[in-house]
Ligand binder design. Structure first.
Ligand SMILES: NC(=O)c1ccc[n+]([C@@H]2O[C@H](COP(=O)([O-])OP(=O)(O)OC[C@H]3O[C@@H](n4cnc5c(N)ncnc54)[C@H](O)[C@@H]3O)[C@@H](O)[C@H]2O)c1
Length: 443
């Protein structure tokens, strides 16, 4: 089937590459001409495991191409996906201007029956708005479908190829069937394709993200209580996660969630609640706790090293909002670095993938290191912020010897306390009793 995807970011590129990989002809469109030029040369502008290879293979097979020409792509397609960004406005509500602009482009360009599919995360009523915009600009037949995307950055290709469900919001069963057919190759393991109303599909996406974010803020709140009560959150986490009704997912305490989805979607859902007069105390407090959580790590650092960090050199491991991505949008590391700089510290950073994106934010205000260990020599402390695999079994002897004092702040509870004790580290983590200098030493 001939499809186009408008918006070639994390969602658009993965959707386009995976649909091409299953045999469809796909045109992936973006307004960013430089991005399209590089993609056409087989260069993927984002890091996502398996994506570059898939793009290159499908370019070569002639099933995938890239374009800045929305009109030509829409006219040539039976299914048009919208995967543009829906960033937050200052009041937290979703900015729908990209979706509205694309809808107008589609309305002006479509030829023959077209199914327009909203993949972007947007509030209830957005597909109605798309329908309204398009119908003012065309007399061609079309249907609008809501098909929210649940992929996770870092495993986006894998998630798209093996979704745990596909949600199709439609008021036309034929349009729904067309979208279901496109997803059938990915649900051969009997995962469900759920048909529902368009508003229900729109709400499902926000509710799913808000719930996952709620679990994270919940465990972070419990972790703070554990710190005050001298209880180890890890033991509690394992104790509650073993309950089948609860499970272990998204119950890991840390410096809070980041990325381009959870922070904006929790705020967007809260803003919808405010607009329709529903009390959203729960969502507001999930968001507030998440902001506080970043500050709590800073508070620990300043409590240990003093409020004024002038003259202190601190090494930060991990910039991406989570492992296996180069995405630093809303990453806790950004807030943490800004606060450390504000307090006078000198900051050196390492990340396996996100150094270039960080350079665009911090310029020469911090130093960037391809080798995680290089900046440790003589530094005052190591601060771990993203749980990249390569940090897990680090060279602790070297960390111990190279730092001015063996001091680690672990914002993701990456390290085992007993192991830290064996390496004689002074160690502060989230929701677990600290290892102070007199605690450190062979277990
Ligand atoms: N990133 C994720 O993990 C994820 C997961 C599920 C859902 N979503 C949702 O999917 C949507 C897209 O997210 P993303 O992370 O892929 O965004 P992104 O910022 O990575 O990509 C959006 C792309 O759309 C392009 N664009 C914007 N306006 C355009 C226009 N008028 N014409 C053509 N191109 C245009 C931009 O240039 C950009 O390349 C958002 O609503 C997001 O909430 C994201």
């Amino acid at each position: 089937m001939r499809n186009c995807i408008i918006g070639s970011g994390y969602v658009g590129l993965v959707t386009g590459a995976c649909l091409a990989d299953s045999g469809n002809h796909v045109i992936s469109v973006d307004q960013d001409a430089e991005k399209i030029r590089r993609l056409s040369d087989g260069y993927c502008p984002i890091f996502e495991p398996g994506l570059t290879e898939m793009i290159q293979a499908n370019l070569k097979a002639g099933r995938l191409r890239f374009s800045t020409d929305t009109a030509e792509a829409v006219a040539a397609s039976r299914v048009v996906f919208i995967a543009v960004g829906t960033p937050p406005k200052p009041d937290g509500s979703a900015d729908l201007s990209n979706i509205e602009a694309v809808s107008a482009d589609i309305g002006k360009a479509m030829v023959g029956y077209t199914v327009v599919v909203l993949k972007s995360t947007a509030p209830v009523g957005t597909t109605d708005r798309i329908k309204e915009i398009i119908s003012h600009l065309t007399s061609e037949p079309f249907h609008v479908v809501s098909n929210p995307e649940f992929l996770k950055e870092g495993s986006a290709v894998e998630d798209f190829l093996k979704p745990n469900r596909v949600v199709i919001g439609t008021d036309d069963m034929e349009a729904g069937r067309v979208i279901a057919e496109l997803h059938k190759p990915f649900v051969r393991n009997n995962k469900p394709i759920l048909f529902m109303s368009r508003p229900a599909a729109e709400m499902t996406k926000y509710a799913a993200n808000a719930y996952l974010a709620t679990r994270i803020s919940f465990i972070n709140e419990v972790a703070e209580m554990c710190e005050q009560l001298n209880v180890d959150i890890d033991e509690v986490r394992r104790g509650i996660g073993a309950d089948d009704r609860i499970g272990h997912h998204f119950l890991y305490p840390g410096v809070g969630y980041g990325g381009s989805c959870f922070p904006k979607d929790v705020q967007a859902l809260a803003s919808i609640a405010r607009r329709i007069g529903v009390n959203a105390d729960l969502l507001e407090s999930v968001h507030r706790r998440n902001i506080d959580q970043r500050k709590r790590l800073i508070a620990k650092i300043r409590e240990r090293l003093g409020p004024d960090l002038t003259g202190r050199r601190l090494v930060l491991w991990g910039l991406a909002f989570k492992p296996k991505t180069d995405d630093i949008r809303e990453a806790p590391a950004i807030t943490i670095i800004e606060e450390l700089l504000e307090a006078g510290a000198t900051v050196a950073v390492h990340d396996p993938r996100a150094l270039d994106n960080a350079r665009a934010v911090f310029g020469d205000r911090i130093s960037y290191h391809e080798d995680a260990y290089e900046p440790l020599k003589g530094a005052d402390a190591l601060i771990a912020v993203t749980e990249w695999m390569e940090y897990r079994s680090a060279d602790f002897d070297r960390i111990h010897d190279d730092l001015k004092q063996p001091l680690i702040f672990d914002g993701r509870n990456i390290y085992d306390r007993e192991m830290m004790k064996r390496y004689s580290m002074e160690y502060y983590s989230i929701g677990r009793p600290p290892l102070r200098p007199h605690d450190a030493g062979p277990a």
